[in-house]
Design a protein around this ligand. Structure first.
Ligand code: KIV
Ligand code: ZN
Length: 494
């Protein structure tokens, strides 16, 4: 049986130390619930002595009745530890620096003084009957003999877990492996590691530590944390499970949605090319890759890792080099039937969007096809747009003029609106003389991102009791809205 690795999540503590991130108590609670559903073993909920707000958040989270152990951070000082105890945490994470730099410049203390503080902090936690995790901060730049002495001391005092932090991300995998092997010679309790990402090595160093005998890892969702962040939860977990054959308790299908929640709550977006949860993690560009993936996903995706394992979706990106067969295959997969002529038109549309530098993903393709299929049934259409003119002047309301064919008859109208879309829709309503057509819902997706993204508008329109959904796709957001509105109007008044 592969050894189980415990996941210690520090999104709400070190992750919250990401420059620019400050989480309210409600947000911290929501993230804590998501982490619990994700099945992390330990949630480091905060640093209760750092502020009243953090004290309250940690206390709230500790009393949610979560399945995960809730931990609070404390310096190796009694008042900090008291705050953790008052916040009802299940595990106190106490720390003190052991590196010469920190001893001399940060604390102005001798090795003996630090040793005594470390041991008495753990003693104090244990005296209160609470489990204790101890961190010798900046461990990886500490003298190894001194580091061992401190670890032996706190272990003797009853520390349940000893964490070896790479506080400034100074390590590389071989060095981390050797250090953990060395520490394993004297540490008999659980070894935890906490790796920062200053050289982009956090995940690799964490995994090397596991190979050397660490059985717990500290990670943060989306790799959040001080400076370049901490080891990323998503990458560490999936690498452990798939590459290293180690088990965790993590419900991997929740990984993507947890990452998205943390993105929303912190306002820190992950890079598109971020592994596992980035927008491009399972996106394939046109050509050889798309072709291969259409036949068998494993051709251009890692063996053993599928998007659904982490709750994400595969995206096929069709670019300007796409062939008619690629589009045809994709449409078939999407269950959309088109004629040869329509297929040619859709392929040309995809290519021309590609020429404009736009990426066309599955959703775009479906929208382009829907749009084309909608426009193909012209004979059934009651209302058709012949012309649209928009007048935008700084400091004035936008004005739209439309020229419309209503049942074959030309009608014109000019209206203003709060924005260009509103003005255009008001003018259409005016021209067709159906002022009681209501726009109940409006949803705009710029699926592929960027200011020149393909606009995909979905609306709900109603007239009296009649309600319909409609969609419009165009490079321009006003035109996408107008197309959607006209599609809806035609359905309502046919
Ligand atoms: O980076 C670090 O050393 C820490 C400790 C508090 C574990 O965050
Ligand atoms: Zn840290």
């Amino acid at each position: 049986m592969p050894r189980k690795i415990k996941i210690f999540d520090t999104t709400l503590r070190d992750g919250e130390q990401t420059p620019g991130v400050a989480l309210t108590a409600d947000k911290k609670t929501e993230i804590a619930r998501a982490l619990d559903e994700l099945k992390v073993d330990i949630i480091e909920a905060g640093f209760p002595a750092s502020s009243d707000g953090d004290f309250k958040s940690v206390k709230t989270i500790a009393n949610l009745g979560l399945d995960a152990t809730v931990c609070g951070l404390a310096r190796a000082l009694k008042p900090d530890i008291d705050k953790c105890i008052d916040a009802d945490v299940h595990l106190v994470h106490t720390f003190i620096s052991t590196s010469p730099q920190h001893l001399k410049y940060q604390m102005g203390k001798t090795e003996e003084e630090v040793y005594a503080m470390a041991v008495s902090a753990v003693d104090y936690v244990k005296d209160h009957g609470i489990d204790c995790l101890f961190s010798p901060m900046d461990a990886t730049r500490s003298n190894v003999d001194y580091l061992k002495k401190v670890c032996i001391g706190v272990q003797g005092a009853g520390a349940k877990i000893i964490n070896i932090p790479d506080t400034v991300g100074q390590m590389y995998p071989h060095a981390m492996y050797d250090l953990i092997k060395e520490m394993r010679k004297v540490i008999t309790v659980d070894i935890d590691v906490h790796c920062h990402n200053d050289f982009g090595m956090a995940v690799a160093n964490t995994l090397a530590s596991v190979e050397a005998g660490a059985n717990q890892v500290q990670v943060a969702v989306n790799g959040l944390g001080e400076r370049a962040g901490n080891a990323d939860l998503e990458q560490v977990v999936m690498a452990l499970e798939i590459l290293y054959g180690r088990k965790t308790r993590i419900k991997t299908e929740n990984i993507y949605k947890t990452s998205k929640l943390v993105e929303r709550m912190t306002g820190i977006r992950v890079m598109p090319n971020f592994p596992i949860v980035g927008d491009n993690a399972f996106a394939h560009e046109s050509g050889i890759h798309t072709h291969g993936v259409l036949k068998k996903a494993e051709t251009f995706e890692p063996t053993g890792l599928t998007p659904d394992m982490v709750g994400a979706k595969r995206k096929l990106v069709l670019g300007k080099h796409v062939g008619i067969h690629g589009v045809e295959a994709k449409l078939k997969e999407l269950g959309i039937d088109v004629s040869k002529e329509q297929l040619k038109e859709i392929t040309n549309k995809v290519k021309s969007l590609g020429d404009l530098g736009k990426r066309v993903v599955e959703d775009d393709l479906a929208a382009i096809a829907d749009d084309l299929l909608g426009r193909d049934s012209k004979e059934k259409r009651f209302v058709e747009l012949a012309d649209l003119e928009l007048n935008l002047k700084f400091g004035r309301k936008p004005v739209a003029s439309v020229d419309i064919l209503v049942n074959g008859k030309r009608k014109k109208a000019t209206e203003e609106g709060v924005g260009p879309v509103d003005a255009a829709l008001n003018a259409i309503r005016g021209a067709i003389g159906e002022k009681d057509i209501r726009l109940d819902e409006y949803h705009l997706d710029a699926i592929t991102g960027g200011s020149n993204a393909l606009a995909d508008v979905t609306i709900r329109v109603s007239k009296g009791e009649k309600v319909t959904m409609a969609r419009g796709v165009h490079e321009d957001v006003v035109m996408a809205s107008v197309i959607a509105f006209l599609n809806g109007v035609n359905r309502l008044i046919k």
